[in-house]
Design a protein around this ligand. Structure first.
Ligand code: AMP
Length: 110
């Protein structure tokens, strides 16, 4: 499904896109700012990280920082997280980093 967003076949509120990465608003926001950052290339989760170009993974985090700055939450703070597999509650099996901010975030470490 996120492949379709990256390729433009499915609509989304895209805030950033380049040849490697796409960032778009989460459809069910859990914070005032809730944006997802995905690699355009399909990876199921961070589980595939060791077989993945580290430049691509690094670019995702760089874009998260850029989008956070552009959303005006760089100073107030934010959280970047990724869910991997069933115990973490991953529901979409295309690697995505949640960028959450714009209000005080609850701590949920398990
Ligand atoms: P996770 O549970 O970590 O796999 O996160 C999946 C996220 O994708 C959830 O926060 C959903 O609200 C979000 N989501 C699912 N479908 C879409 C979509 N079509 N556009 C934007 N966000 C979506």
């Amino acid at each position: 499904m996120f492949c379709e967003i990256a390729s433009g076949r499915q609509p989304a509120r895209i805030v950033y896109q380049d040849d490697l990465v796409t960032a778009f608003w989460d459809i069910h926001p859990q914070a005032r700012v809730h944006i997802l950052v995905i690699p355009n290339q399909h990876l199921t989760s961070l589980r595939e990280a060791e077989e993945t170009d580290p430049v691509l993974l690094g670019r995702c985090l760089q874009v998260a920082a850029r989008v956070a700055r552009e959303a005006g939450i760089a100073e107030s703070g934010y959280r970047v997280l990724t869910n991997v597999g069933p115990d973490a509650g991953q529901s979409v099996y295309h690697l995505h980093f949640h960028l959450l901010g714009g209000n005080r975030l609850r701590m949920a470490l398990g």
